[in-house]
Design a protein around this ligand. Structure first.
Ligand SMILES: C[S@@+](CC[C@H](N)C(=O)[O-])C[C@H]1O[C@@H](n2cnc3c(N)ncnc32)[C@H](O)[C@@H]1O
Length: 289
């Protein structure tokens, strides 16, 4: 059922099932490559077993669902996302790779009627920071897990620890004092505070909540020109350029080119980044957390 019919996450559904989802689908390879050094930590923490049933929350075009499907070779994987376009692309890619233990649905993970107790593990690569009611969303995910099942997710730590976003903002500030994103609103940084993450997950029915940091570079492409083409499609960059006049915009884009050029290395355009691997277990009834 479209999320707009159940009245949750309307803004996110509009963006991801609209222009932001189209942008991600068109630039699928660039987005997948950007987090290539962060992704292995998600999978080593999830430690998916061959017979397991895996849920991928906010799976986008499904790279991580396909990775999970290869690990759960005799099990099954299910990817859910708000974006119809990304889900169509995910289905096509899985078919091209001949994966049969994989299924995708367009839906809102906060309210989707998952079969209770179906999954051993729920994973997510940057797909769980956009819920308008995170406690209800994670309670819905807990209900989809077997007793003792786990949620394992990659999510950004705070902006100040992420050189990539700090430097993009500095390049594009155009003389303005930029506001920080509100810490509790749906945004890439909504799960940056581990105390808040613990409180949300505990209230949603999880225990043994663990936040382990991953410090790995983010990769913007082999050279500054590819990096420029990619980052100028980022929602965060377009948001910062939305209200500036043409002259300031040209200046900001020049500074952005310089910033990306300064980060060109033999391994491509790299910036420091910092994320959490959040891991939690569905609480067994009656167990102390
Ligand atoms: C930053 S993208 C990450 C996509 C994908 N996990 C990846 O790593 O390429 C965030 C994704 O979360 C999805 N998303 C956001 N809120 C969601 C919700 N409530 N239910 C399902 N998907 C959601 C978006 O549609 C988008 O595809």
């Amino acid at each position: 059922m479209p999320s707009s019919e159940v009245g949750v996450n309307l803004e996110q559904a509009r963006a991801w099932d609209g222009s932001e989802g189209a942008n991600w689908t068109d630039n699928e390879d660039w987005y997948n490559a950007a987090v290539r050094y962060l992704t292995p930590a998600l999978f080593s923490s999830a430690a998916i077993e061959p017979a397991e049933h895996v849920l991928d929350i906010g799976c986008g075009t499904g790279e991580t669902t396909r990775m999970a499907a290869r690990e759960a070779a005799s099990g099954a994987t299910f990817g859910i996302d708000l974006s119809r376009g990304m889900i169509e692309r995910a289905r096509r890619r899985a078919a091209e790779e001949g994966l049969r233990n994989i299924r995708f649905e367009r839906g809102d993970a906060q309210v989707y009627p998952f079969e209770p107790g179906r999954f051993d593990v729920a994973v997510s690569r940057n797909g769980t920071m956009f819920f308008d009611d995170p406690v209800n969303a994670f309670a819905n995910i807990a209900n989809a897990l077997k007793p003792g099942g786990s949620v394992v997710m990659l999510c950004w730590r705070e902006l100040a620890r992420n050189e990539w976003v700090r430097e993009l903002r500095a390049a594009l500030a155009a003389g303005r004092d930029l506001p920080e994103p509100p810490p509790h609103a749906p945004s890439p940084f909504a799960l940056a505070n581990p105390e808040r993450v613990r409180a949300i997950l505990t209230a949603a029915g999880f225990d043994h909540v663990q936040c382990d940091s991953v410090e790995q570079p983010i990769y913007f492409g082999p050279d500054a020109a590819t990096a420029f083409a990619g980052v100028t499609k980022l929602g965060i960059v377009n948001g910062l350029l939305a209200d500036v006049d043409d002259v300031s915009r040209r200046g900001a884009l020049e500074r952005l080119r310089d910033t990306l050029g300064n980060h060109e290395t033999a391994e491509g355009v790299l910036f420091d980044s910092s994320a959490w691997i959040v891991r939690a277990t569905k609480a067994l009834k009656g167990e102390e957390s």
